[in-house]
Design a protein around this ligand. Structure first.
Ligand SMILES: [Zn+2]
Length: 230
């Protein structure tokens, strides 16, 4: 169950959009990568919860993740309430990650910001000896934030050029969301969210002189040990 890197998504597909390339690259480098989806996305306009869980499993396999879990919290009902925080604390203490990835706290979808606040509460409580779940306390070394819909100036970029095809394949594994059938949404319309994400990855990549990159935020500035190693 223990992983190096644990990525949390409010809905199945959010992690792929914001950090799928980075997860695939780290898995290729031999890191153990886990994904936790908070909800089944049951309020989405297209797809059933069962379809989305199957699609999520396929996407995790494409990215090379060790495992993926769904906490089954209510879609459109994410809150930093004690019960939901406890569910997230339990999985953090089981997975003992070195690094966690959370959705950026500002996003047009209110669930994404709510997920961030809930998970920040959980990360704090997970490190407290007196917060009882019958498990040892755990505090990851680093918390990083990835972008879903909205983005800002990132703290750093990860070059995902070598795994670009894997990222796209993992996103389009969500046929119920990004396929052309069903109700038209921001996700499946022409030039919808996958287009935005591809353009953003290309823009961040161009800023660093590579084909594509994912941007991340850290609340503390990343510490460097050497000025000649970039
Ligand atoms: Zn979402």
């Amino acid at each position: 169950m223990a992983v190096d890197l644990l990525a949390f998504g409010p809905h199945p597909d959010d992690v792929e959009l914001g950090a799928g390339g980075t997860l695939a690259k780290m898995a290729r480098r031999g890191l153990q990568v886990g994904i936790v989806d908070l909800t089944r996305g049951e309020m989405g306009s297209n797809g059933t919860p069962e379809e989305r869980v199957r699609e999520a499993e396929e996407a995790a396999r494409i990215l090379g993740c060790a495992w993926r879990r769904n906490l089954g919290l209510p879609d459109r009902g994410l809150r930093a309430d004690p019960e939901q925080v406890r569910a997230a604390v339990t999985v953090i203490r089981e997975a003992c990650p070195q690094v966690v990835l959370l959705p950026y706290w500002q996003d047009r979808h209110p669930d994404h910001g709510a997920a961030c606040r809930l998970l920040e509460e959980a990360l704090h409580s997970a490190g407290l000896r007196r917060y009882e779940t019958g498990q040892a306390p755990w505090r990851p070394a680093k918390t990083l934030y990835y972008f879903i819909n909205d983005a800002t100036e990132p703290s750093f970029l990860v070059d995902i050029t070598e795994v670009r095809a894997q990222k796209i394949e993992s996103v389009f594994a969500y046929r119920s969301q990004f396929g052309s059938s069903g109700t038209e949404t921001r996700l499946n319309r022409a030039y919808g969210l996958p287009h935005l994400v591809e353009q953003r990855d290309a823009y961040f990549g161009a800023r660093a002189g590579v084909a594509c990159a994912e941007g991340f935020l850290a609340k503390d500035p990343p510490l460097r040990q050497h000025l000649l190693e970039w």
